[in-house]
Each structure stands twice: as structure tokens, then as C-alpha cells.
Design a protein around this ligand. Structure first.
Ligand code: SF4
Length: 192
């Protein structure tokens, strides 16, 4: 059983798979309480769904990519669920702050967005994404070297872009071209 806040179908707006139609599964709860949290829904109501109930529901959508997000999905040991999704042919993506990466180690794609830049995990993820504002301690992320994609994403408002932070990130990526820009496309398009 998983605590499900919502299941919806949209376009991935962030990172490597930006632009890809995807099913989003938002799970309840987080180990952190970031002041800028975009996903206050993860602290609200939820329903307890079995793995098979979730799979039945997501089959109503045509996409075969599912993004498990939160909240913090690694609060749950998702390995058995991910295996079940693989049996049904799904490509499984996880969005995590890195709390317990072993709980999702059989996922196909792991987006790691560390909130403590003094303690960045070196392994266990597919792409890393830093949420950046003009006041961020950038020196801490510039130290990271990786063959995998390193994204900077402007800290936006809840429902719209923050152009001041976007301009800061554009300048940063141009100055340090090993960084890629992720823009939360859905906030520009006004879609969920
Ligand atoms: S880690 Fe993510 S979901 Fe958790 S409180 Fe911070 S921004 Fe919100």
C-alpha cells in the first residue's frame, strides 16, 4: 500500500526528459520542510492505494513513462512496486531529495535534487538538479564534477516563473557550460 496524494497526466517540464508526456504519481509526506516547497499538497489528504489499484488507474493513460514524486518518494521502499511497473512495460522515473536512494535503486531514471549542498551524494542517481536563486551559495555546486547531467533550475514562484532567478541561472550556465538549464516548462505554459 502507498499513500497517494494524486495521480495525473501531464508533460514533464524539468530536466533530461523535459517535454515527455508522463503520468505523475505524487506520494504523501517528506522528511524535509523546505521553505520554498512547491508541493505543499504532499502534506495534505491522501488515499491508501494498493500497487494493483495504482497500476489499474495509470493504465487509463496512453503514456508509458511514470514519474513518482512527492513529497519524498524514498520514504517508501518502492522496489517491489517498481518491479511491478516494469512488468507492465513502464519506464519509471523518480524525483527525490536523496533521502534513501536504495529504496528506488531499480528505477530507470532518478532525478536527485539535494537540498543540503554540503552533503551531496556522488552515486545512485541519473541526473542532479539544483534549485538556484540569485542568493544561493553557488560555490558549493560548482565543485561537483560528473559525467551525468548537472542541471540548475531557477527557484520559481508556486505557479509562475521567477525571471530574476531565471536570468541569474542563464548567466551562470553561460559562464559554467558544464551546467544545463532546466526551466520548469510547465510554469511557462501554465499547465499542471
Ligand atoms: S524536499 Fe522537496 S517535497 Fe520535501 S519539503 Fe523540500 S521541496 Fe518540498
Amino acid at each position: 500500500m502507498l499513500k497517494v496524494v494524486e495521480i495525473f497526466y501531464s508533460i514533464q517540464g524539468e530536466g533530461f526528459y523535459s517535454g515527455t508526456p508522463s503520468i505523475f504519481l505524487r506520494l504523501h509526506g517528506c522528511n524535509l520542510a523546505c521553505s520554498f516547497c512547491d508541493d505543499a499538497l504532499h502534506v495534505g489528504d491522501y488515499k491508501r492505494y494498493s500497487f494493483s489499484k495504482i497500476i489499474d488507474e495509470i493504465k487509463s493513460y496512453p503514456a508509458k513513462q511514470i514519474i513518482i514524486t512527492g513529497g519524498e518518494p524514498t520514504l517508501y521502499d518502492l522496489r517491489e512496486f517498481i518491479d511491478a511497473l516494469h512488468v507492465e512495460g513502464y519506464f519509471v522515473c523518480i524525483e527525490t531529495n536523496g533521502y534513501k536512494l536504495e529504496n528506488v535503486k531499480n528505477a530507470d531514471w532518478i532525478t536527485y535534487s539535494p537540498k543540503d549542498w554540503d552533503d551531496i551524494k556522488k552515486d545512485g542517481w541519473s541526473e542532479i538538479k539544483f534549485i538556484v536563486s540569485k542568493d544561493s551559495e553557488i560555490d558549493k555546486i560548482l565543485k561537483l564534477q560528473s559525467e551525468k547531467p548537472i542541471y540548475i533550475q531557477p527557484l520559481n514562484f508556486f505557479d509562475k516563473p521567477n525571471f530574476e532567478n531565471l536570468d541569474f541561472c542563464i548567466d551562470l550556465a553561460k559562464k559554467y557550460p558544464h551546467l544545463k538549464l532546466s526551466i520548469q516548462m510547465h510554469k511557462f505554459l501554465g499547465v499542471e
